[in-house]
Design a protein around this ligand. Structure first.
Ligand code: SAM
Length: 226
């Protein structure tokens, strides 16, 4: 009975309305799928912890449709400012549209990772569902077919880690003292090794959600200083 009550009391993370987007948007921008929805589920389970941290500044790297950053911006309301980045200019446009359609604000700026931001330990909540599929390094650098930006959404280079590692390498300078960082990974990305690399920068990591989707083992990792 207590468990049932706990479930009822659990605050829910609303999935943003994406009905303003159509098939032609998804010709250019990553359509939310199992990884995005596992990410939302993991964030929902962690709402109490996120509220405890009281994030003033949130950053989503690689926002795609904006489904994740919009959910967070709506959850936190005016107590927090949400910034997003994406290398794909269409994703930035669509992220703005998604936030607007869901009556909240997300500032999305086109850039590589956080390269144009000077955040100096001010990000309290960092979210990244990166391109994690194992490819060759060449495949990662190749422009998409017909100039499409969609390959950016999945091509992750060697071990699917090339894009993720570039962010992890300077994470200590980005995150605030009380921060939470959530990262989507697959088994091939070697989550244990990511945890060890993050530990060297002073972060504790753990897997907070996992789901097998076809032949892929998807997980969401949470990192905190400590
Ligand atoms: N966050 C969205 C979601 O969960 O549905 C999209 C995730 S999709 C797997 C990865 C996103 O990262 C894509 O929108 C892609 O364009 C973006 N991306 C890839 N490389 C990037 C980079 N170097 N800097 C910024 N964004 C990047």
């Amino acid at each position: 009975m207590e468990a049932v009550q706990k479930t009822i009391d659990q605050e829910l993370l609303e999935t943003p309305d994406l009905s303003h987007l159509n098939a032609s948007d998804y010709d250019h921008v990553y359509e939310p799928r199992e990884d995005s929805f596992l990410f939302l589920d993991a964030l929902e389970k962690d709402i109490n912890l996120i509220r405890l941290v009281k994030p003033s500044l949130c950053l989503e790297v690689g926002s795609g449709s904006g489904v994740i950053s919009t959910a967070i911006a709506r959850l936190l309301g005016s107590s927090s400012y949400t910034i997003a980045t994406d290398l794909n200019p269409f994703a930035c446009q669509v992220t703005h549209q998604t936030a607007e359609a869901n009556k909240c604000h997300v500032s999305c700026i086109q850039m590589d990772l956080d390269s144009m931001l000077r955040m100096n330990n001010s990000i309290d909540l960092l979210l990244f569902n990166p391109p994690y599929v194992v490819t060759t390094s060449e495949e990662l650098k190749q422009p998409g077919v017909d100039g499409s930006f969609l390959h950016l959404a999945w091509a992750g280079g060697v071990r699917g880690r090339e894009v993720t590692d570039r962010l992890l390498n300077h994470i200590d300078q980005l995150l605030s003292h009380k921060s939470l960082f959530y990262l989507v990974v697959i088994k091939e990305n070697d989550p244990d090794e990511i945890s060890k690399a993050m530990a060297l920068q002073g972060f504790k990591g753990e897997i907070i959600a996992s789901r097998k989707v076809r032949n892929e083992m998807l997980s969401v990792m949470r990192f905190q200083r400590g």
